[in-house]
Ligand binder design. Sequence first.
Ligand SMILES: *Cc1c(COP(=O)(O)O)cnc(C)c1O
Length: 485
Amino acid sequence: MKYYDKLIFEISRPGRVGYSLPKSALSNQQSAISIPENLLRETPAELPEVSELDVVRHYTNVSNKNFGVETGFYPLGSCTMKYNPKINEEMASHAAFKGLHPLQSADSVQGALAIYYHTARALSELTGLADFTLTPYAGAHGELTGLMVMRQYHLMRGEAQRTRVIVPDSAHGTNPASAAVCGLEIVEVKSTADGTVDTNDLKGLLDDTIAGIMMTNPNTLGIYETQVVEIARLVHEAGGLLYYDGANLNPMLGASRPGDMGFDIMHINLHKTFSTPHGGGGPGSGPVGVAAHLVDSLPNPRVVKGENGEFKIQDAVSACGRVATFMGNFGVVMRAYTYILSLGKDIKHVGPIATLNANYVKESLRDAYYLPIDTVCKHEFVFDGLADKSTGVTTLDIAKRLLDYGYHAPTIYFPLLFHQSIMIEPTETESKETLDDFIDIMHRVAEEAIADPGMVKSAPHTTPVRRLDETTAAKNPLLKYRDLA
Ligand SMILES: *Cc1c(COP(=O)(O)O)cnc(C)c1O
């Protein structure tokens, strides 16, 4: 094993130097170095003593231990880990935009405001909603914003008693969490055996305390909610609004629009559907769109187009508030806008290809993995563990074994409807060769589970670290190399 493969972090050697500061022109003048005594260090700073090559190799090798969509297939269901084209980065780092300051006056940033404005127009066109705010920083932040709009709508109509939000039992955890953060009460609606919202159960929940329903369509099982128009009618009749969790918008692009299904409010995850990076928890962007009757409640600030074609940043008194500093993550909006323009009309192929890829993988693996709901899926689908339930090999074991083969694991143990959920979303950017290889490896793991379950249960065998305490690793990570055992 090479020295730098061994996860050795202490590479400092006394006296080794990688960089030297240029001699200051001021160093001979006494006044330049009059640092007050009480601010001077007592001991020299403890800095690593390394050569430039040591540093370059260290970081290059650490980065190679990372896994990303540019390393390999990343079928993480619900997350839409599609490839993020390089042209997005090129545009976002263009000199004309890179140096913008959020406190610049509107007349000095007309180009940026035009991009902001036209991105909102494009999202309206793709979703059938009247207008968008691009300020929320993530999908969950968009949910909160959308619920604030919903709440504002009921308050303005004198219906303050509408404080309960219906959420399907298949919903992403952020849905009830956002409702709770917004001060609303959560009411769960059941799913039928085919995985869609149970309209009979829904009917029993609707009264004048309901603010609305949050739905994902296709839902988190990748199944299209065929009753959506009827659900919209029922909820509207009861005085509620419909919120669309747009995390699953990818298979709908250019095929059907939430606004046409009857939704009043939605968010979009630009870092999913619109090919902007997921970047380790941020920065993301969760634009919120609304139907015409809710536009005045969108959060401030708004970008509007004046009579002479100039763009203005405005605040409305009827807004539900303010949810972000300045205009949100503009660099992310730039990338999404580039994606939309570079695909043009071809954006209509995104959904069908994502859907085809998911169904291809599903049908190819259904002999070895248990398919609890046997139907045509949209962009993703869920297995409930192995078909052979006698091996003792769990979904976690399968996910860990996939790492040995160089694959990122699918989403596991979500949705909660099944005990051993494995949720696979290939996205449209993967080739048939990649999908075939993944199918092959998934079959191999299923065979290993039967032939040598102990080996699968102790996977991964080839990664730098083995099985971690995942909760502690996420909540309490050791970020100082000297704490490593
Ligand atoms: C990803 C996701 C969210 C939350 O989006 P973030 O951008 O991660 O906050 C909400 N709902 C569903 C269905 C998702 O997949």
